[in-house]
Design a protein around this ligand. Structure first.
Ligand SMILES: [Zn+2]
Length: 263
């Protein structure tokens, strides 16, 4: 293909904006803080960030819920590239479940290897309204997650706070059932994405869901919270706070014609 006559792409940013004051999920309930550093005599600035990595739009890997599981560095990017489908459940309201019946009704075209994006529009409507964003989100029932992995979804994204127990103050590791169903099956989980209303419904398209940074940070002082104890983690279990999930809209392009970026 000659330069300049490339495949038309539409890039949709599926990431929410985060910044000082953005609240993490209730499990840790921590506000993001930025510390700026300046040098003169003109303008120069750099910043450090203190936040829970599961804040905002992000990708979860199995080390989040499986001892010895995969971290961000273990996962090839082709596992988050491929044909994608939106399951349009945007009529779901606050506190309503994503059920197997909805999967059966909306997901009959899901094929093995698809990236499935579950659309509720909750993030578009509610992001920034803390803690209600977390406490009253539509949520996924574990049977619906099982349905998706049994159909062969390679990656599943939710534009809501999908794990019901995560809004409860006393949840345990064993209550994270939707995460376990998806991540133990070898699929990738994307959380709190946004802008799914800007994607085509009822047709497959090519997607590259590329986080902005390829490698995890090493944060030896990061804490994994579990009720009653803290554990040092050598590796984060989600990608970075600055994750920008980008999707190329294959409705304008030929299926499977896009190469995966390897940033
Ligand atoms: Zn997470």
């Amino acid at each position: 293909m000659k330069r300049g006559e490339g495949i038309p792409l539409k890039i949709v940013d599926l990431s929410v904006t985060i910044g000082p004051g953005t609240l993490s999920p209730p499990s840790v309930n921590k506000q993001l803080t930025l510390t700026p550093y300046y040098r003169g005599p003109g303008y120069w600035r750099a910043s450090s960030v203190d936040m829970v990595l599961h804040t905002g739009s992000h990708v979860d890997f199995s080390a989040h819920v499986v001892d010895g599981g995969e971290t961000a560095a273990d996962v090839d990017l082709d596992r988050i590239c491929g044909d994608a489908m939106v399951l349009d459940l945007h009529e779901l309201g606050a506190d309503q479940p994503i059920t197997v019946d909805l999967m059966e009704a909306k997901g009959k075209d899901v094929r093995r290897g698809d990236i499935v994006l579950v659309r509720t529009d909750w993030t578009e409507r509610m992001w920034g309204n803390f803690p209600d964003y977390y406490l009253h989100s539509p949520y996924c029932e574990p049977e619906a997650a099982r349905w998706l992995v049994d159909r062969g979804a390679r990656a599943i994204g939710f534009d809501c706070f999908s794990e019901y127990c995560a809004r409860l103050p006393s949840f345990t590791s064993e209550d994270f059932v939707v995460h376990k169903v998806i991540l133990e099956a070898g699929a990738i989980l994307m959380q709190q994405v946004t802008n799914l209303s800007r994607l085509p419904v009822g047709q497959s398209f090519s997607a590259q869901l590329i986080p902005s940074m390829r490698r995890p940070l090493h944060m030896p002082d990061m804490r994994c919270w579990t009720p009653g104890r803290s554990t040092n983690c050598a590796e984060p279990t989600s990608r970075l706070w600055s994750t920008r999930i980008i999707l190329t809209d294959g409705s304008l392009a030929k299926r499977n014609s896009l190469n995966c970026a390897t940033s």
